[in-house]
Ligand binder design. Sequence first.
Ligand code: AMP
Ligand code: MG
Length: 427
Amino acid sequence: MNFDGMISVEEARARILDVVRRLAPETKPIAQALGQVLAEDVVSPVTIPPLDNTAMDGYAVRAADTEGASPEKAKTLRVIGEVAAGYLFEREVTPGTAVRIMTGAPIPGGADAIVPFEETDEPPGRTFGAFAKGRTEVGVFKAAAPGANVRRAGEDVLRGSVVMREGTELRAAQIGVLASLGKESVSVYRRPVVAIIATGDELLEPGQPAVEGHIYDANSYSVAALVEEAGGIPRRLGIARDTVEELTAKIHAGLDADLLITSAGVSRGDYDVVKDVLLREGEVDFWTVRMKPGKPLAFGTFRAPDGRRVPHIGLPGNPVSAMVTFELFGRPALYKMTGRGGWERPTLRVTVEERVENTDGRRFLARAIVREREGRYYASLTGPQGSGILTSMALANALVVCPEDVPALEPGDEAEAIMLGPVVGDG
Ligand code: AMP
Ligand code: MG
């Protein structure tokens, strides 16, 4: 057991990141890998595009045949056939000839440029196949440079090249790239399963009828959503009453997870059973972190029946404190477990529009809305800043940082804003 003095946000985070480990890779179908992180360098088995092909609907020509063409002096070429994407045109484009061609179709042999329909005398709106009904010539209005509108084989991807590196997060474009390489599955770091336990005799499950003196469990739900946003798989284990038996049972139920999160019962003044049980079941330190909201924090490990050490983060009970401490400590831990290289949020320099008071020498993270006006960013508070006032968290797109040694930010002062969501625009 270890009741430390105050530690900084950075020290608390470093101690946590020192213990949590990146998880093992797994093979996932690409359609199920969104948000996961590559555990391998991806080497392409194919060249994309596989052949030179046309970027436009038009006519495949020999550029030299179009030299000097203009609307007044069209160059007339003999049309020897047509070709669509997915087909090969087997014959050569010889001097004085052209092939009608559709976007994506391979360039026929002999041709070195594409003249779009717009630069010919072909009336607009004709469909593929209509040519065969009589047209044997095309008038070209404009000279084509060699290579015009030709997409080169391999201009996107060369066979054997590394297309994406280990550590890349798979978003929509990366999943599209994997599909374009013909890959149906990919090696990614496993998503951490996170067991979430709310503690407290006063808590009710949403959906239960209200009971005088009781409150609904917000933390299980906000934290589960934050876990999911951070790439984890939340497992809400529900509410443990403040009894040794219930809490012990819930902790045991959570030990097959990769990370265990509890909320409440960890502040210094607390003599809850929560602390006793945490201390009995694992190696847990109780920290006082120099921040607000969210001063109390527990961190440790539990030994699972299979011998694994399961890290545990004990969040404070106040709903805003629980969310903000998860943001500063839980999210970085999950980012490390999921194989991401960093965890930092984007930050902005903002001008504060109202006084932000910081009374007790801790880092104050004020719930704020950051707006952009004429290229500058301004922050105003979303309402009362008590650690229990969750609605002002729901309105915030940022946490404005008032440093430990600054007693107040005054209107007009500059500060750093940790962005939780998009900036609100001018309009
Ligand atoms: P504690 O850390 O147990 O002292 O709790 C601090 C405050 O947070 C108390 O007002 C609790 O009622 C409240 N609280 C604890 N757990 C939750 C929860 N899961 N959802 C909403 N409020 C909570
Ligand atoms: Mg409590």
